[in-house]
Design a protein around this ligand. Structure first.
Ligand code: ATP
Length: 588
């Protein structure tokens, strides 16, 4: 250990810093404790919440060291259920589990079941499914303070939500305060658009009265904005002592929320508030530590009593499932996609389920034609010339720039295509693709080689910039005003765009290409996914969740660029994040 202390490197990684800190507190603590603490710090940076404590560990000696304690101790590390945690994460996890279980235990009485039956029948009059899980989800949520609706893209999560909010309002005695939030600006924007569309459809069909529709908000905000982020602080304005003023809180894209943020969110819920989480449990987990959505949905199935109650209310035959989770009645899964009936849906399913034969068939039947839903470039993109299909993908965007289309139209053209890669640096990475495109733009005379800001430069905000109300993952487009001066335009929460001077955005990144992680919560017309071979640096990042997340960002078309063996091995590998949350939510 003294070797580590003797090193005076200017930048020290988290793992070494933690080990040094522990060593300063107690140099005589067991050596294996320092070893596992170092691993824990590294694991937390990869997204794990905890690490397993080996069975042969002398836990008593660890506890004697004063560095590790049991739940509730004021020690830097906590040992719980044979797992080692950083104290902070243990607190988030145990508190979140307690709060979710308390929310789940708090049933809401539904006043008039006959009335509900009628209203449900009217809202789902055109339903052709039996059982219609959208309807089941609405019926279930009416009785609950916690409801999780999980489903792949286009399975009708938002459609279901609008009907659910309508029914909640129809059965309430006063207008409800409903909050709609999502983790990123982009996701909030999409949520807002989808809810607007859903409301308009139901209004047009006469299923929704305008009074009820008026209580469903037209705007969705970022989670940070909802909770009231504070400059330079990880604490929010709204906490357990100053809860949100809401009756119902809906959070979309819940798979993107990490453990710490979810814990703070649930903390800020008022004592009577309902929480509705929407998301896709099969997507990549949050960038920060935790896999909350996956853990919350793990092993869930309907209890026989609740299945019988839901059958009675919906008039459908709902069978109970086998549940290992105390949240079994609170997790509703939607399976039928109303958007992806074709190849993209089949591809997403094959990847998700690891169905390699189907995957192989789909790749073999793909076509290079632009008008087809799946194109496959069979080869390692790290060793191939990327430029032709990439520049072609951005044709519509460059055409919009050339004809000086307005910012809204230019955004639409930009969102028609995006290049995604698992990696930030190296061959076939995000930075490489961006550099290659920028070099092409020099060749085309669009920018000079030393020009950082140029018309059409798309930028990604890599961190929360609270003073500018910009959040990690927001995308802006650099466009000239009438005088030719460049501004960066961002979609505005209230619709339209807002312009920010480039000088106020020192740390942004060019975003023709982005990582799959950063693409979560967004949707593009055509996605080109680069899957470099493992030897080119993407090895540990390639997983089923990564490929599934990337593919399901596409509305109309997916282009996959990678060798079949790379795509197949990614779809065989699921990401497992170490966390104790699922176990805390388990029955028994
Ligand atoms: N039961 C249904 N019958 C017919 N069409 C439906 C049904 N449910 C949803 N849709 C349609 O499917 C499309 C996708 O629905 P919606 O936006 O609600 O899905 P989503 O799960 O929220 O999608 P995503 O999160 O991927 O954007 C919409 O056009 C919607 O009108």
């Amino acid at each position: 250990m003294s070797d580590i202390l003797a090193v005076s490197a200017p930048v020290i990684d988290f793992s070494s810093a933690l080990v040094q800190l522990l060593h300063r507190k107690n140099p005589d603590a067991p050596a294996d404790l320092f070893g596992l603490a170092g691993e824990l710090a590294k694991a937390s940076e990869r997204g794990d919440v905890c690490v397993a404590i080996p069975a042969a560990t002398n836990l008593a000696a660890w506890l004697d060291s004063g560095l590790v304690g049991e739940a509730g101790s004021f020690t830097p590390l906590i040992a719980s259920q044979q797992r080692l945690y950083l104290a902070r994460y243990h607190q988030y996890e145990s508190r979140l589990a307690e709060q979710l279980l308390a929310l789940a235990a708090d049933q809401v009485a539904v006043p008039d079941e006959a009335e509900i039956k009628m209203q449900l029948a009217a809202l789902f009059a055109t339903s052709k499914e039996n059982p219609d899980w959208q309807q089941v989800a609405v019926a279930a949520a009416l009785h609950q303070r916690l409801t999780v609706i999980s489903g792949g893209p286009g399975t009708g999560k938002t459609t279901t939500l609008v009907k659910l909010l309508a029914l909640l309002q129809m059965t309430a005695t006063a207008p409800l305060q409903i909050g709609l939030a999502a983790p990123t600006g982009k996701a909030a924007m999409r949520m807002q658009e989808a809810i607007g569309k859903g409301k308009a459809e139901l209004l047009a069909n006469g299923v929704l009265s305008s009074d009820v529709a008026a209580c469903i908000p037209d705007t969705a905000v970022t989670l940070h904005r909802l909770l009231g982020s504070r400059f330079n602080s990880v604490q929010f304005k709204h906490t357990a002592t100053q809860p949100l003023v809401l009756d119902v809180l809906v959070l979309d894209e819940a798979s993107m929320i990490d453990l710490a943020l979810m814990s703070k969110l649930v903390d800020a819920l008022p004592p009577h508030g309902r929480l509705i989480l929407l998301g896709d449990k099969d997507q990549l987990s949050s960038v920060e530590a935790g896999a909350v959505m996956g853990d919350v949905c793990a092993g869930a199935g309907l209890s026989p009593q609740f299945a019988a109650q839901l059958s009675r209310i919906t008039g459908q035959n709902i069978t109970a499932g086998f549940s290992e989770s105390r949240l079994g009645d609170h997790v509703m899964t939607l399976h039928k996609s109303y958007r992806f009936s074709g190849v993209i849906g089949e591809l997403a399913r094959a990847i998700n389920r690891g169905e390699l034969r189907k995957l192989s068939e789909l790749l073999a039947s793909s076509s290079p034609a632009e008008s087809t839903p799946l194109t496959w470039y069979n080869g390692n993109p790290a060793q191939q010339d990327l430029i032709a299909p990439i520049m072609q993908g951005f044709d519509a965007y460059f055409a919009a720039l050339a004809r000086k289309a307005d910012a809204n139209e230019t955004f639409k053209a930009f969102d028609a295509f995006r290049v995604l890669s698992p990696i930030r640096n190296g061959a076939a990475s995000v930075s490489r693709v961006n550099a290659v495109i920028e070099a092409q733009l020099v060749k085309r005379g669009w920018r000079s080689s030393d020009q950082v800001w140029y018309t059409g430069r798309p930028v990604l905000v890599p961190q929360n910039l609270y003073d500018l109300e910009l959040y990690n993952g927001d995308i802006g487009l650099t466009l000239p005003d009438e005088t030719g001066k460049l501004w960066v335009y961002f979609p505005a929460a209230e619709g339209g765009t807002r312009a920010i001077a480039p000088a106020r955005l020192p740390a942004v990144e060019t975003a023709f290409a982005m990582t799959v992680h950063k693409s979560q919560g967004s949707e593009f017309g055509h996605v080109l996914l680069l899957l470099p071979s493992p030897a080119d640096g993407a090895g540990s990042l390639l997983s089923r969740e990564l490929v599934y997340t990337a593919i399901t960002r596409a509305r109309n078309k997916v282009s996959l660029w990678g060798e079949e063996s790379v795509i197949a091995s990614a779809s065989r590998k699921g990401v497992v994040r170490q966390s104790g949350l699922a176990q805390r939510l388990q029955l028994g």
